[in-house]
Design a protein around this ligand. Structure first.
Ligand SMILES: C[S@@+](CC[C@H](N)C(=O)[O-])C[C@H]1O[C@@H](n2cnc3c(N)ncnc32)[C@H](O)[C@@H]1O
Ligand SMILES: O=c1cc(-c2ccc(O)cc2)oc2c(O)c(O)ccc12
Length: 356
């Protein structure tokens, strides 16, 4: 047996002490989610945004028509996490102010993640985590199905409130992502005449794209119950259908956060239908995929987000997953694409351009 040296023992003690500190994040991590949801529902980031001066506790509680006791405790907790700050008012008392983090929680703010947080904290999305272990033990089980008795798309088709929660969350992600893609790699959309956004939800991606590139004709393609409530917009045609059967014809097929919902065989089927959709456009035809590319040797925060998204896929979809560059190469090759490039632009998602 190896002798335990003094320094090993000390090192072991350090690790144990650190573990005793770190473990509380896992035990009570949900409190962050609960308090942030509370602040969004009360509209606190929106209220603070419109103040010329720091807002005192009594001003905030009277705006919300509530007593200050519970509000104080929620604000104290959130300030401790960097959401909201405190500054002196001109009268010398302390008041709450926005921080870069709380600005991302405004209901209608640019780059807001408020709808995504409301979606992630809904029982629709939380309940499947009670079945994650069942999913791990049985490859054929689906955590979402065990929790709700149907898959997420059947549920959304039957439940307009859930459909809206999901579409709003995705649209908020889209507003941020499409702007990032247009800024980070504008050449991706050079010289295109038409774009079909496959699984385009309420059409947000195409609306932003057409604002910047008004010469592009947009086709927003999604399930019939989704496009039937999508807002009308000049330059965009909403088409209802099933991407597993066929995809409307266009110069480019754009897929943002679609393929991660499906297993390899399902992705290959969708991609074959996209290849068929762009086939009339010869060498200018391409498929643009906006998704995470998990890089095994990337030890940064973005890899962290990619891995979190992969757990989300495990809980919320039947066979979906986030993919590495090798896994993307496999599905694209099997779908008949001869060449593809991957562009990283410092975001959790990358842009993959695939050519027939
Ligand atoms: C994760 S959401 C992504 C929405 C959008 N692309 C975005 O990034 O905001 C997936 C979308 O795929 C759509 N979808 C699911 N199954 C589909 C099918 N068989 N055919 C067409 N669209 C489908 C859903 O309705 C939903 O809008
Ligand atoms: O719960 C989700 C979340 C996402 C998601 C989160 C963050 C992003 O930047 C993109 C997507 O996607 C989901 C999804 O595609 C799905 O089918 C179910 C649930 C979620």
């Amino acid at each position: 047996m190896a002798a335990i040296t003094k320094s090993n023992a000390a090192h072991g003690n350090d690790e144990t002490a650190q573990a005793q500190v770190d473990i509380w994040r896992f035990v009570y991590g949900f409190t962050e989610m609960g308090a942030v949801k509370c602040a969004i529902e009360l509209g606190i980031p929106d209220i603070l945004e419109n103040q010329a001066q720091p807002m005192t506790l009594s001003q905030l509680s009277s705006t919300l028509s509530c007593s200050s006791t519970a509000l104080f405790r929620v604000m104290r907790f959130l300030m401790n996490r960097g959401i909201f700050g405190e500054k002196k008012t001109t009268e010398g008392s302390m008041g709450y102010v926005q921080t870069p983090l709380s600005r991302l929680l405004r209901k209608d703010g640019d780059n807001s993640l408020a709808s995504m947080i409301l979606f992630q904290t809904s029982s629709l999305i939380i309940d499947p985590y009670h079945y994650l272990s069942a999913r791990v033990l049985d490859e054929n089980a689906s955590a979402f199905l065990l929790a709700h008795g149907k898959d997420i798309w059947q549920d959304a088709a039957q439940n307009p409130d859930h459909s809206k929660l999901l579409e709003d969350a995705m649209a908020s992600d889209t507003r941020r992502t499409v702007r990032e893609v247009l800024d980070g790699c504008p050449e991706v959309f050079d010289g295109l005449s038409s774009v079909v956004n496959v699984g385009g939800g309420d059409g947000t991606a195409l609306r932003i794209l057409i604002e910047t590139c008004p010469w592009i004709r947009g086709i927003n393609f999604d399930l019939p119950h989704v496009v039937s409530v999508a807002p009308k917009c000049e330059g965009i045609e909403h088409v209802g259908g099933d991407m597993f059967k066929s995809v409307p014809k266009a110069n480019v097929a754009l897929l943002k956060w679609i393929l991660h919902d499906w297993n390899d065989d399902e992705c290959i089927q969708i991609l074959k239908n996209c290849r068929e959709a762009i086939s009339e456009y010869g060498t200018t035809g391409k498929v643009i995929i906006v998704e995470a590319v998990i890089e095994e040797n990337r030890g940064d925060k973005l890899k962290d987000v990619g891995l979190m998204l992969d757990i989300i896929m495990l809980a919320q979809t039947e066979r979906g997953k986030e993919r590495t560059a090798e896994e993307w190469t496999y599905v694209l090759r099997e779908a008949g694409f001869t060449r593809h490039t991957i562009k990283n632009f410092g975001s959790v998602q990358s842009v993959i351009e695939a050519y027939p």
